[in-house]
Every structure is written in structure tokens, then in C-alpha cells.
Design a protein around this ligand. Structure first.
Ligand code: UDP
Length: 334
């Protein structure tokens, strides 16, 4: 299959592009490099540096059969202060992409949605039919796109799947085409921040809140390995019929607290994480755990890689890059 991967220079997009190439698919990556890295695009992909909003004049030239759409702004905190950028980039950009797909007869899309569409819920694990209550503009833009996909599928015969990710971690090492992992310039996620703290390049790990109504007082999240996540995308590319839009959670179905994650980091690295306990971070719900029954039923998907493997792969990826100069010329990987 010839697949267009938008945002294929980012963390999850590059892993999925690499996996598709490893499976023998032809991959075209578009990415505007606003947050991605050109050297993260797998060598086997055709790469075009451009925005999804500008695709229309060239989409017809590529003979694309399906789109996997990652390109988006994705910082929850930033979205609360810059909602215009999030609505324009994520929603307006995606509508432009969908209309280009219609114009060029591309009938299948797998969309990178998010657990941020759910917001605070009372019942865990969260099923896909839970009421959507996004607590940030970022989550609201992902929900808006999910709603648009339902309408486009029904009216225009699109085959669409929205994959709602919970907490993605880990890295993907191919036998011959490189190592793909998380390297955000502004890192907000727990596992890379904890690894940076262990490596001595990020100061202490700031632990956001120890007074949550959870067994050890820290937030509980559902962590999922990016390799398992990529496998779900491959499956979603052949699931669902024209006219159908499926919304599917991707999570492990069980939660780990922040302290349990820090214990895993200590086990893997052999070094205790230097921690500075602080107040809660705005917008963090106490517990977010996915029901993954629908992914099993619809995609035949079952995550297999555990938290220790995620941390181990993220640590190996970090160390693999440690010798490389950063793009700003420094060696700081924090
Ligand atoms: N967290 C933390 N310190 C950090 C980053 C995250 O204590 O430097 C906590 C955060 O408050 C949340 C959990 O770790 O409870 C997971 O946060 P992350 O940003 O990795 O993912 P999110 O659940 O926000 O998507």
C-alpha cells in the first residue's frame, strides 16, 4: 500500500513510518518540521517538508491509498494559552487534508486522536462511549476532528479510524534503518524527564502532586509502548469499511502511578531518580486508564510490551543519541 504519513518527522509518526516501511509499504512523509526533526524521517520514506494545509496541489501526484495523520500541535499546557494556533493548525489543517483526500479519491484515514478528548471521568477504565469532556483546547481540537471524521465517513464514504492514545513511551530500533524515539525540544513527559534527571542533564524530576486520591498519592496513567501503538496503526489501515468511522482506545488497560514509573526507571538505569516533590500540575486528572476491549474486538490488537521494556528502550534510545550533537550545537539532550 502507498501510505501518506503526516507528521512523520515526529516521535510517533516516525516510528509508524519506519514500521510501515519495514512491513513493505511505500511511505510518503509530509511534515512542516515545526516540532519534528528531518533526520527522524526513516530513510526509506519520500519526504516533503510542507504543511498538511498545503497538500492539495501535490496530493494527486503521489497516488496515495491511505493517510495516517499525526501532524498536530500537541502540548496541553501551551494549548490553553495559544488556542488559536491549536484550532487553526489541528482542525483547519485537518479539514483541508480531508478535502484534499476527497478531491483526489483517497478513501482511508487513520487519525491520531487522544485520551485528552475524555478529560476527567468518574469511571475507569474509560470506554470509547464515555462522555467527551476535554479539559484543554488540545483535547477539544482532537474531539472536533473525531466528530468531523464521523460526518465525512457518513457523507463521503470515507473509511476512518480514530486511535485515542493514552500515555505513549519507549522507542523502536530497526535492524538496519535506525533508532526512533522521543526527542521533543520542550519535553513535558514523565519518562524522558525522569531519564534526563538520572542522566544529570535535567535537574531533579519535578513530581507534580503527591496528594491525589490514589494508593500512593501520585497520578495513575496507562502507559503503552510505541511499538504496540505502531502495530495498532498497521491493523487499523485494513480495518473498517467505507462509510464507517471507528473510535478506538489504545492503552494497556491497567495503570501505573508516577512513583511506580520512577521505580521502573531506577530498576532499568540502576540509579535512583532525583525527585523534587511539588504541587499538582494544572489539568492533571488523578487516574486515566483505558478500556482496550474495542481494540481487541475491532483490530485483534493486544499490547504485549510492559512498562520496564518502555523505560529500557527509551533509556537505550537516549544513550544511543548521547554522542550526537544537538541541532542547536550543544550536547544537551535534556
Ligand atoms: N509528571 C511529573 N513530572 C514530570 C512530568 C510528568 O510528575 O516532569 C506526572 C504528571 O503530572 C502526570 C504523569 O506524570 O501525573 C504523566 O504525565 P505526562 O506528561 O507524561 O503525560 P500526560 O498524562 O500528562 O499525558
Amino acid at each position: 500500500m502507498r501510505v501518506l504519513v503526516t507528521g512523520g518527522a515526529g516521535y510517533i509518526g516516525s516510528v509508524v513510518a519506519a514500521r510501515l516501511i519495514a512491513d513493505g509499504h511505500e511511505v510518503v512523509v509530509v511534515d512542516d518540521l515545526s516540532t519534528g526533526h528531518a533526520d527522524a524521517v526513516p530513510p526509506g520514506a519520500v519526504f516533503h517538508e510542507m504543511s498538511v494545509a498545503a497538500l492539495d496541489p501535490v496530493l494527486g501526484d503521489w497516488d496515495i491509498e491511505a493517510v495516517v495523520h499525526f501532524a498536530a500541535k500537541s502540548l496541553v499546557g501551551e494549548s490553553t494559552t495559544l488556542p488559536s494556533a491549536y484550532w487553526r493548525n489541528n482542525v483547519v489543517g485537518t479539514i483541508a487534508l480531508l478535502d484534499s483526500m476527497r478531491a483526489h479519491g483517497v478513501g482511508r484515514i487513520v487519525f491520531s486522536s487522544s485520551a485528552a478528548t475524555y478529560g476527567q471521568q468518574g469511571d475507569e477504565p474509560i470506554r470509547e462511549d464515555a462522555p467527551a469532556r476535554p479539559s484543554s483546547p488540545y483535547g477539544a481540537t482532537k474531539l472536533a476532528i473525531d466528530l468531523a471524521l464521523t460526518d465525512y465517513a457518513r457523507a463521503y464514504g470515507l473509511a476512518a479510524t480514530s486511535l485515542r492514545y493514552f500515555n505513549v513511551a519507549g522507542a523502536f530500533e530497526t535492524s538496519d534503518a535506525g533508532f526512533y524515539g522521543e526527542r521533543h525540544d520542550t519535553e513535558t513527559h514523565l519518562i524522558p524527564n525522569a531519564l534526563a534527571a538520572v542522566a544529570g542533564s535535567g535537574g531533579s524530576l519535578k513530581l507534580f502532586g503527591t496528594d491525589y486520591p490514589t494508593p500512593d498519592g501520585t497520578c495513575v496513567r496507562d502507559y503503552i509502548h510505541v511499538i504496540d501503538l505502531a502495530d495498532a496503526h498497521v491493523r487499523a489501515l485494513s480495518a473498517g469499511e467505507p462509510g464507517e468511522h471507528h473510535v478506538v482506545n489504545l492503552g494497556s488497560g491497567s495503570g501505573s502511578s508516577v512513583r511506580e514509573v520512577l521505580d521502573a526507571v531506577e530498576r532499568v538505569t540502576g540509579t535512583p531518580v532525583p525527585v523534587e516533590e511539588g504541587p499538582r500540575r494544572a489539568g492533571d486528572p488523578p487516574v486515566l486508564v483505558a478500556s482496550n476491549q474495542k481494540a481487541a474486538d475491532l483490530l485483534g490488537w493486544h499490547p504485549v510490551l510492559d512498562l520496564t521494556t518502555m523505560v529500557d528502550d527509551a533509556w537505550r534510545f537516549r544513550n544511543d543519541r548521547a554522542g550526537e550533537p544537538a541541532e542547536d550545537g550543544s550536547d544537551d539532550l535534556s
